[in-house]
Write a protein that binds this ligand. Structure first.
Ligand code: GLY
Length: 365
């Protein structure tokens, strides 16, 4: 089992990574001394697949267990679902010493973290991510949130988990498309911080896509180390360091919103957003053409889209102005200086942005 630390003083925590390690959850959690009663927030499919084994491991360590299912859709990241879970939690919490376990993907992790942050002004929680996307990104770093009709993640808190237990064996049951969505974020880490990781993905794509446990453990560990290092130095995104994790997300989020969160999944939209950001970098003479071509080849080899289709160009442009990185009316993009090296650039010309988006596909209007 590998261990990576997120170093945040008294709020530091370990990320445990390995294939098959979830059977040790009871022992790991008992060692943390965070409570005696596990309230496991998950979804029905994940409970069916992994619930019994998790309950057995927790009970063996002398902990009581209760499951709470939420629907596996973005709609679950709402104030109304949070309120329903909080009421259920309060009813369960009689003479107990409760901690929360988030067993699932990004929706479960974000909602469970939010509930943990606000119940009794904060109770301990553990992240047990079951998708590649959650394992390399959302389970680490304490961004918890629910959505409002006005926008995604508008209500939330920075609230760190007490541990992340990342069992790559749980990825076996992921559909190919879900695995690819996570792979987009893995490619992102290679691009912003780790040239060797990028080359590793180029050389091991077949193993990764066929769920090879050693290859998955390697990439998840590399990404977890990068994210843990960034969060340890810039937890609240004050130093433009955590901002680097948003590479590809400015246009990626705009694509998701422009097609109403249905045609392109998050990872697919981020893949297209990374291609646009790489093209902006090339137009600004920060990145060479060869590097840009290599990026396109890898995204294609991952089975992710390299051409945007059927979305309105105008919508993407107007939605991208809502990006939270914008400061004092000036845009801020994460751009590439090389594969493995990124920086935040302000005030990128609208003409260049439009050129890059136009070049990335065909549009409705
Ligand atoms: N997913 C971006 C971050 O955690 O900052």
């Amino acid at each position: 089992m590998k261990r990576v630390n997120v170093n945040l003083g008294s709020r530091s925590y370990p990320i445990f990574i390995g294939a098959g390690i979830s059977v040790r959850t009871g022992r790991i959690v008992a060692g943390l001394d965070i409570g005696t009663d596990a309230y496991v927030i998950t979804n029905p499919l994940i409970q069916k697949k992994y619930g019994a084994a998790l309950a057995a491991s927790l009970r063996k360590a002398g902990l009581s267990v209760r499951f709470k299912n939420i629907a596996d859709t973005e709609q679950s990241k709402s104030l109304s679902t949070a309120a329903a879970v909080l009421k259920d939690l309060a009813a369960f919490d009689k003479r107990k010493h409760i901690f929360i376990v988030a067993l699932g993907g990004g929706v479960v992790g974000d909602l469970a973290g939010f509930v943990a942050a606000v119940y009794k002004r904060g109770i301990p929680y553990i992240q047990m991510p079951t998708t590649l996307l959650a394992q390399v990104d959302s389970s680490i770093g304490g961004k918890t949130a629910v959505d409002l009709p006005e926008g995604k993640n508008l209500v939330g808190a920075f609230y760190q988990p007490r541990a992340v237990i990342t069992d790559v064996a749980l990825l076996k049951s992921l559909h190919a498309r879900q695995l690819r969505q996570g792979l987009a974020e893995v490619i992102k880490y290679g691009l912003i911080r780790d040239r060797q990781l990028f080359s590793y993905i180029e050389n091991n794509m077949r193993r990764i896509l066929s769920h090879d446990q050693a290859a998955l453990t390697h990439i998840v560990e590399r990404c977890s180390r990068i994210k843990a290092g960034i969060v340890s130095r810039d937890e609240r995104e004050k130093k433009s360091l955590r901002t680097l994790l948003n590479f590809g997300h400015t246009i990626g989020h705009a694509i998701e919103a422009a097609c109403d969160y249905c045609d392109y999944g998050h990872g697919e939209a981020v893949a297209l957003g990374m291609l646009v950001a790489a093209d902006i970098s090339r137009q600004m003479r920060m990145l060479g053409e060869k590097a840009q071509e290599r990026i396109t080849r890898l995204i294609k080899a991952a089975g992710l889209p390299i051409k945007l289709r059927g979305v309105s160009l105008q919508k993407i442009i107007s939605i991208h102005y809502r990006d939270k990185k914008f400061m004092a009316g000036k845009n801020r993009f994460v751009l590439l200086q090389a594969i493995g090296k990124a920086k935040v650039v302000s005030n990128v010309s609208l003409l260049i942005i439009q050129q890059a988006i136009k070049g990335s596909g065909t549009f409705n209007c």
